[in-house]
Design a protein around this ligand. Structure first.
Ligand SMILES: Cc1ncc(COP(=O)(O)O)c(CNc2conc2O)c1O
Length: 372
C-alpha cells in the first residue's frame, strides 16, 4: 500500500542518475565497462527506474545482491549481463543458468554442489569466482583454494566468466589495508592462469580514488545515486548529483502553551508558547526515531524535530504560525538551505547507504525523467 493519499514522497531525479553514470563512463580506463549496482531496490531509489537511466547513460550491465533481484531485472526486460554478488544457494542455481544470470562462486565446495545441481541443465552457468582479499565476507582466500576452484571452473556446466574482489577501505584516506588487498588480489589472480573475460575490483570509491588494478569492470553503486562513498571524508574528483529528495507537508498546526508536552514519553516540553507542526512521516517510513532533535526545512528555515518520532508522524517547532499544507523538505534543497542524506546519516550516527536503503515502500516514489 503506497501512501498516495498522504502528502509525503520520495522524488528521484533520473537525470541525476543518468548524468552521474555518464560522467563515470567518460572517465573509465580503456577497455573498461561500468555495471550499475542496483541491489536493495536501487539503494531505495527504485531498481528498475535506476537501471533504465543507468543503461541509457552507458552502463552495460548490472550487479545485484540476490538472484531474485536479477530475475526482477530479466522479467522487466533487461537483457544485459547481470551478476549476483552474494552467495546464491548452490542447489538453487538452475534458474540462474536458464536466465543467463551470472553468479558469484565463493569456493570449490559451492562449485561442486552447483555442478551436481546442474547435471541435467541444458544451459551452462556463468560464474565469477570471488576472491576474499581482505573484505572478510565471501570468496577464496589462498592460492590453493583458487586452484581447487579452477579445477572445477573450466569445465561444464560452468562458463568461467570472471574473477572479482571487493575492497573494504577504498573510501578511506589510509590506504594500508587497500594496498594489502591489491597485493593479495594480484597473487590470487596469478594463480588463475588464463584470465576470464571480466576481472573486476572497483566499487565507486575505488573508481573515484584509486587506479583499479587489472580490472575491466567498475561496479558503480553509491556514486551513481550522487552520494560520496566516503561520506564527507574524501573530496570528490568530480561533482556528483544527488538523485533523491524527500518531500512532505504540514498536516496539522497548533499553538501550545509553555510547558506543553509533545509526543510519546513527554520527552519534550515547550519552553514558551510555541507553534507546533505535524508531518505525516514516521519511523515506519524509515525516518528513524534517533532523528529526534534533527530538523526539516520549511520556507528555507531549519525546524527542529521535537519529541519522539512516531510510527507515522513527527512534530516540529515552527518559527511562526503556518497553514496546514505548507511544504516540508526532509532531504533536499529549500531556498539556499539544504539537507543531504549525509546530514541525516551523520545525525543518526550511520551512513547514507543505510538511510537510503531504509526508506520503506510505504513512501511513494515519484520519478523525474531523464533526457538521453
Ligand atoms: C561486491 C560489491 N561490489 C560493489 C558494490 C558497490 O559499492 P558502492 O555502492 O560503494 O559503489 C557493493 C556495495 N555493497 C555495499 C554497500 O554498502 N554495504 C554493502 O555491502 C558490493 O557489495
Amino acid at each position: 500500500i503506497s501512501g498516495i493519499h498522504r502528502p509525503a514522497k520520495l522524488v528521484i531525479d533520473q537525470q541525476a542518475i543518468f548524468d552521474n553514470v555518464q560522467q563515470a563512463v567518460k572517465r573509465l580506463p580503456a577497455d573498461t565497462v561500468l555495471w550499475a549496482v542496483v541491489k536493495a531496490d536501487g539503494y531505495g531509489h527504485g531498481m528498475l527506474q535506476v537501471a533504465q537511466a543507468a543503461a541509457a547513460a552507458g552502463a552495460t550491465g548490472f550487479c545485484v545482491a540476490l538472484l531474485d533481484e536479477a530475475l526482477g531485472l530479466r522479467q522487466a526486460g533487461f537483457d544485459q549481463p547481470i551478476l549476483v554478488l552474494g552467495v546464491t544457494p548452490a542447489n538453487q542455481v538452475t534458474l540462474a543458468a536458464q536466465q543467463r544470470i551470472s553468479l558469484a562462486a565463493p569456493d570449490a565446495a559451492w562449485l561442486q554442489t552447483a555442478a551436481a545441481t546442474l547435471q541435467n541443465s541444458t544451459a551452462p552457468l556463468s560464474v565469477h569466482l570471488a576472491f576474499d582479499t581482505g573484505m572478510g565476507r565471501i570468496g577464496v582466500q589462498t592460492v590453493a583454494e583458487v586452484q581447487a576452484a579452477m579445477a572445477l571452473l573450466r569445465q561444464a556446466p560452468f562458463v568461467f566468466d570472471g574473477v572479482f574482489t571487493h575492497f573494504s577501505t577504498a573510501d578511506e584516506a589510509d590506504t594500508t589495508h587497500f594496498n594489502q588487498q591489491v597485493q593479495q588480489f594480484k597473487t590470487l589472480l596469478a594463480a588463475v592462469g588464463q584470465r576470464p573475460r571480466y576481472v573486476h575490483v572497483a566499487n565507486s570509491a575505488t573508481s573515484l580514488w584509486h587506479q583499479a588494478c587489472a580490472s575491466n569492470v567498475v561496479r558503480f553503486g553509491v556514486a551513481m545515486y550522487g552520494l560520496n562513498p566516503s561520506g564527507d571524508a574524501l573530496p570528490l574528483p568530480y561533482p556528483l548529483k544527488p538523485a533523491l529528495r524527500i518531500e512532505s507537508e504540514l498536516t496539522f498546526v497548533k499553538q501550545v502553551p509553555a510547558g506543553a508536552a509533545i509526543s510519546y514519553g513527554a520527552t519534550y516540553h515547550a519552553a514558551q508558547p510555541e507553534w507546533i507542526g505535524t508531518i505525516p512521516v514516521g519511523y515506519a517510513d524509515g525516518w528513524q526515531r534517533r532523528l529526534q532533535g534533527f530538523h526539516v526545512l520549511i520556507n528555507g528555515q531549519a525546524c527542529e524535530i521535537v519529541g519522539r518520532i512516531c510510527m507515522d508522524q513527527l512534530m516540529v517547532r515552527l518559527p511562526e504560525k503556518l497553514p496546514a499544507g505548507t511544504k516540508v523538505t526532509l532531504v533536499g534543497t529549500d531556498g539556499d538551505t539544504a539537507i543531504s542524506l549525509q546530514d541525516v546519516a551523520s545525525f543518526a550516527h550511520t551512513i547514507h547507504y543505510e538511510i537510503a536503503c531504509g526508506l520503506t515502500m510505504r513512501l511513494p516514489r515519484v520519478y523525474l525523467p531523464y533526457q538521453a
